[in-house]
Design a binder for this molecule. Sequence first.
Ligand code: NAP
Length: 323
Amino acid sequence: MKALLCVEHGPPETLVVREVPTPEPGKGEVRIRVAAAGVNFPDVLIIQNLYQFKPPLPFSPGGEAAGVVDAVGEGVTHLKPGDRVLAMTGTGAFAEYLIAEAAQAVPLPDAMPLDVAAGFTMTYATSHHALKQRANLQPGETLLVLGAAGGVGLAAVELGKVMGARVVAAASSEEKLALCREYGADETINYSTEDLRAGIKRTCGAGPDVIYDPVGDTFAEPAFRSIGWNGRYLVVGFAGGEIPKLPLNLALIKGASIVGVFWGAFTTREAKLHAANMAELIRWLAEGKLHPHMSRRFSLDDGAQAIRWMMDRKAMGKVLVEM
Ligand SMILES: NC(=O)c1ccc[n+]([C@@H]2O[C@H](COP(=O)([O-])OP(=O)(O)OC[C@H]3O[C@@H](n4cnc5c(N)ncnc54)[C@H](OP(=O)(O)O)[C@@H]3O)[C@@H](O)[C@H]2O)c1
């Protein structure tokens, strides 16, 4: 089979496309013929050895995919060849075939196309968990989303609206903010042209109740300084580069909470709650409440460019690698 491989750590340009043996599923595993894989920010980090998980070289990046089961290992009873599934594997998805633990492969409803499924879980399930369990977002509250046109950001904008919040989207260009408005944002802040604190003051009155931050870096402190009374600041990621340090007196003054979000750990530590979340998301998708946005599709041969696209801050919503 063909796979995009990280043979040495480095930028996307160091990735290579190679023929490798098609893997065989072991006990409790399934092999999936991949239709499409979602690109996520951890792919940017993992190929540079900057991610918390460090797979041995060589490995294929790509943490989520959808496709059709084509072989099952010993002991697998709930899946069979021909079943359409999505799988979250952390790595290995930028390849024609992917091995997944059977428990990681989730059968798809007929109505869910494979390309939608390939890019749905990481972004929507992270933002749903963040807003629902971590922030306890309530109807009528104001939600500020930073990096709002990115993968998790745009999902947070859309989910915030579904959950009844007033949503303020902050991003770096008018094109990105126009997309956020299409996804329901009530107000926008272009933090390339407007001071972030001034923008928050203009759009959020006494301050946002919840701040969703997948960017970190220089955005975190001004955003946290502007949070409302009893606010919840969601620490989602550091796409901006630096992990910020926050003065804790700001939490005291606002009665505010800094709340960590680690969706991957949540899926195993609170598996039942995660399953209930996924059921709710898939129901909302089927009801037409959610509209996953695919902004670019790359072939497997151009998979490295897909990661470069995200790294260069060009991605809006989801970027896919299609086999
Ligand atoms: N905690 C969790 O469980 C969890 C789960 C999934 C993802 N994450 C994290 O969430 C973050 C976003 O992931 P994603 O897949 O949504 O990525 P993404 O689509 O690339 O979105 C990231 C956004 O960050 C902004 N940004 C600011 N400075 C940037 C820079 N120097 N390089 C790249 N982007 C920059 C960009 O928006 P503007 O151009 O508008 O500023 C971009 O749209 C990552 O740090 C990822 O690791 C965390």
